[in-house]
Write a protein that binds this ligand. Structure first.
Ligand SMILES: Nc1ncnc2c1ncn2[C@@H]1O[C@H](COP(=O)(O)OP(=O)(O)OP(=O)(O)O)[C@@H](O)[C@H]1O
Length: 493
């Protein structure tokens, strides 16, 4: 057994590699969370092989023209011809603009970074607007680094931490070492590992039966998945099952790591001292972080360029989604114009639900010849940027489409609901309120139904529950009507 893993010098701390920038451990920013969220039912654009939108596929209902346009745009992205061509989604609120952007990123693959932000996020008292935008751009650019490393890989057959008296206090115990058994198709090996590796094992939530690898010289642990020998343990599987690794437990393996440029910036940001790559290397062991400076970004870009030239790494442009883009101001738009042309630019998708409105930051006399009212422009975006955008329109849904989306959400949220309740909600959604409002009524209606019926079995949410909810919550239209009535009353007296 190699002493590197067994020795106490084993550490799981981020390590610099030959290029001098930290690329360890694989950061979580390229992973997607899978809770039941607003867009959990969206799994892709739902297009057929010929690029036409299928009626109901991958969680998408309706919005056929927009989906087909995005499909075409996707082909452009795959050809690498996206530079300087942002996509702009425009349409009324709740018509699926965010869902479309998410579907586009899903079509690009699970390892492609997706960074979503809202225009108003750039306004902060501490960080410059362009800095916020800059870090979002870098969060949406992935780097796939391939490295050949010495590893111990196999299915965990034993995981036994050994306890010892704590030398610093009479009470409590510490872990002196941990015994890990690893099995491959070819053989098994028992490793005696440093307590710091045990911490890494716990962080990855490794249990017996998981396939893992441990890097020999850094002690970093990565859980690959659950061994497929355990595949029929449950009826519904939430796990990724992997085959038993081939070859020896101790071997050289090509590891692929997906990180974003922002992860590299954050890992290398250090207080004071020069920001050239040598200083960055020298400061690796010191704690504390500082703001990521432009100089540091340039240094990291240089190293990344070198990696790409050497064929060690590959650039993976992700999707940067800026919702409510009309909230950005002139300064941000100017920055966007420049950043879009950079060779290291992600796919940019903008969205707005506004019509013609004032471009923020132009409302003062004298600026760019504007009046105090500011410059008005479609979607609050300057004409020069608008001119570069490929604009895709989203439409309001009809009752049938709303009904199908509601059905889908009920399935995802595990809500039992009667046909007439669904029908009522879909009519409300089309005529009086919006898709979003009726979607929001689903969970409260379920809670209301359960609180009325307790544990007695029933047919789930019914029409009465929906009508009762309508008395409790107002949609935007009814709320406006109430205010108007009040206004009329005041004017009368
Ligand atoms: N065509 C569709 N198929 C299935 N679900 C949809 C569809 N369109 C919208 N949804 C769902 O409706 C909800 C609202 O959609 P979304 O947030 O994408 O709207 P939006 O256009 O971004 O709204 P806003 O302009 O207010 O930001 C989400 O839960 C979304 O997943």
């Amino acid at each position: 057994m190699s002493s590197a893993v067994a020795s106490s010098s084993t550490s799981t701390a981020p390590q610099p590699n030959s290029g001098g920038i930290i690329t360890q451990p694989p950061p979580p920013s390229t992973l997607r969370e899978s809770r039941i969220a607003t867009h959990s039912h969206i799994k892709g654009l739902g297009l057929a092989d010929d690029g036409t939108a299928m009626d109901f596929s991958q969680g998408f209902i309706g919005q056929n023209l927009a989906r087909e346009a995005l499909g075409l745009h996707l082909s452009l992205l795959k050809l690498g011809k996206h530079s300087g061509r942002p996509l702009l989604l425009v349409g009324p609120p709740g018509t699926g603009k965010t869902a479309l952007a998410l579907a586009l990123s899903q079509e690009l693959g699970s390892k492609v970074p997706f960074c979503a932000m809202v225009g108003s996020e750039v306004y902060s008292g501490e960080v410059k607007k362009t800095e916020v935008l800059g870090s979002c751009f870098r969060r949406a650019i992935g780097l796939r680094i391939k490295e050949t490393k010495e590893v111990y890989e196999g299915e965990v057959t034993e995981l036994t931490p050994s306890e010892a008296e704590n030398p610093l206090s009479g009470y409590g115990k510490t872990i002196s070492h941990v015994i890990v058994g690893l099995k491959t198709v070819k053989g098994t090996k028992q490793l005696r590992l440093d307590p710091s590796v045990y911490e890494a094992i716990q962080k990855e939530r490794v249990v017996v039966g998981d396939v893992i690898y441990i890097e020999a010289n850094t002690g970093a642990v990565k859980r690959v998945g659950r061994s497929d020998a355990y595949a029929s343990e449950y009826d519904l599987e939430a796990e990724e099952y992997v085959p038993l690794p081939k070859g020896d437990v101790h071997k050289r393996k090509e590891l692929v790591q997906d990180v974003t440029l922002n992860d590299l910036d954050m890992a290398n940001a250090k207080p004071q001292g020069g920001q050239d790559i040598m200083s960055v290397m020298g400061q690796l062991v010191k704690g504390g972080r500082t703001e990521v400076t432009d100089k540091l970004r340039k240094e990291i870009n240089k190293v990344v360029d070198k990696y790409i030239e050497q064929g060690v790494a590959e650039l993976v442009p992700g999707v940067l989604f800026i919702d409510e883009v009309h909230m950005l101001d002139m300064e941000c738009f100017t920055y966007l114009n420049r950043a879009l042309e950079s060779p290291m630019s992600p796919y940019v998708v903008l969205a707005s639900n506004r019509g013609i409105c004032t471009i923020r930051g132009t409302e003062y006399d004298g600026i760019l010849g504007s009046s105090s009212e500011g410059i008005k422009s479609p979607h609050g975006i300057p004409i020069d940027l608008l001119d570069r955008c490929m604009i895709v329109k989203t439409e309001l849904y009809n009752q049938k489409e709303i009904l199908k989306i509601l059905e889908l959400r009920c399935k995802i949220e595990n809500i039992q609901i009667s046909k007439d309740a669904l029908e009522n909600l879909s009519i409300q959604g089309e005529k009086n309120s919006s898709l979003r409002f009726v979607l929001q009524l689903l969970t409260p209606s379920n809670i209301l139904n359960k609180s009325k019926n307790g544990d007695t079995p029933n047919n789930g949410v019914n029409l009465d529950d929906i009508l009762e909810l309508n008395d409790l919550f107002l949609d935007a239209k009814r709320s406006t009507a109430v205010l108007k009535d009040l206004d009329d009353l005041e004017n009368k007296y």
